[in-house]
Design a protein around this ligand. Structure first.
Ligand SMILES: Cc1cc2nc3c(=O)[nH]c(=O)nc-3n(C[C@H](O)[C@H](O)[C@H](O)COP(=O)(O)O)c2cc1C
Length: 380
């Protein structure tokens, strides 16, 4: 792992280790993938202000997200089917995050269940909720997250219907994997992945199977998931979810100033400026391009986080300069997992930490909490 110096290196290794259908599942966006690409590209357009001859000893990356201490303001984003990048993926990533001192967010659509992750961690993790039409299932899921001691609920707002990713359709993606000759070939060429996967019983959606009433077998599972996202979800629903949960609430998927102001009025604790990693509305702007406007729109009345396109510690720093209190990485940690399991996730975090620290110093700062727009270069 020490020869892996960048998240791009990690991605290349993951591509060699993970069967194509699951690697593509991570490395894809909706339709033309324009928004997915813009998330990454627009970070490159933000220029940093270089400062010299300022004391840059004793630097600190420590901060807080939602009042929780973090060793750096980077959390692991909720990602579905993480346990298909590597056997027991969610459990391994949660352990890596805990050891690193950053939050881990478990997706509703995870392979390992809430209880699985709780069984291998000692500190609270965060849980991401999709509101399904089966409200009994949703209420039960909230209660399970509470019982597991989760310290924040991340309510995803930008997936009332699913965006289309062409690669997934072409690959015939499913969990557990199908056994057509094409799929068997994809797996057979990744023997280590197969061996690890054969060693776990966790190969389908752990939060759903055995918990949703109508889901008894694989066919009913895929029908259930395709029909269950709720197109009627509205701002009113945030209130009952907030009440049932009773703890810290983060609203994920805000990309518009007006929606950001609506989010403030719900009394939620934080928003995540997010376009679902470019997997939902293709043609939407990048998250970093919207961040300053959204920060200005909420005027300090709610904590603002950002995800989408972060591929380095430099990108984290740029988001902090624009006023994000915290950031999340999705694909970078998935690539780490695919490339090397728990060690790969830790390595991805180490890379980001080192880049963040060096960049902080070269910008003439010592504390990530002091970053602001004055650290960015204005104009060309
Ligand atoms: C493979 C994959 C699966 C995802 N699944 C979920 C999910 O289940 N719930 C959710 O709220 N967001 C999901 N997301 C979106 C991420 O939480 C996050 O917004 C996005 O990955 C950030 O962009 P990045 O991958 O460029 O860091 C997923 C993203 C990816 C790449």
């Amino acid at each position: 792992m020490d020869d892996i110096l960048t998240i791009a290196d990690m991605k290349a290794r993951a591509k060699r280790r993970v069967p194509k259908m699951f690697f593509d599942y991570a490395d894809s966006g909706a339709y033309t993938e324009g928004t997915y690409q813009a998330n990454e590209d627009d970070f490159q357009k933000v220029k940093l202000r270089q400062r010299v001859l300022v004391d840059m000893a004793n630097r600190s990356l420590a901060s807080e997200m939602l009042g929780e201490k973090v060793s750096m303001p980077v959390a692991l984003a909720p990602t579905g089917m993480t346990g298909m990048q590597h056997a027991n993926g969610e459990m391994l990533a949660a352990q890596a995050a805990e050891e690193f001192g950053i939050p881990f967010t478990l997706s509703t659509m995870s392979i390992c269940s809430i209880e699985d992750v709780a069984s291998v961690t000692t500190k609270p993790f965060w849980f991401q909720l999709y509101v399904m039409q089966d409200r009994d299932f949703v209420l039960n899921l909230i209660d399970r997250a509470k019982a597991a001691g989760c310290s924040a609920l991340v309510l995803t707002l930008d997936l009332q219907i699913q965006g289309q990713r062409h690669k997934d359709i072409r690959n015939g993606l499913s969990a557990p994997p199908k056994f057509t000759p094409k799929h068997v070939w994809q797996m057979a060429t990744r023997p280590l992945w197969c061996a690890q996967m054969l060693g776990t019983k966790r190969r389908t959606f752990g939060n759903i199977v055995g918990h949703a009433k109508s889901v008894t077998d694989l066919t009913s599972l895929s029908v259930w998931t395709s029909e269950q996202f709720d197109p009627h979800l509205s701002w009113k629903d945030v209130a009952w979810i907030k009440e049932r949960w009773g703890g810290k609430l983060i609203l994920k998927g805000i990309l518009d100033e007006e929606d950001a102001r609506m989010a403030v009025s719900t009394g939620a604790d934080a928003i995540i400026v997010s376009n679902h990693g470019g997997r939902q509305l293709d043609g939407a702007p990048s998250t970093i391009s919207m961040l300053p406007r959204i920060v200005d729109a909420v005027g300090g009345h709610i904590e603002v986080h950002l995800d989408g396109g972060i591929r380095s510690g430099q990108d984290v720093l740029k988001a902090l300069c624009y006023g994000a209190k915290g950031t999340y990485i999705g694909r970078p940690f998935l690539y780490g997992l695919g490339a090397g399991g728990k060690r790969g996730v830790t390595r991805a975090l180490e890379i980001i930490r080192k880049e963040l620290d060096t960049t902080l110093a070269l910008c003439g700062e010592r504390d990530v909490r002091n970053l602001s727009r004055r650290n960015l270069h204005q104009g060309l």
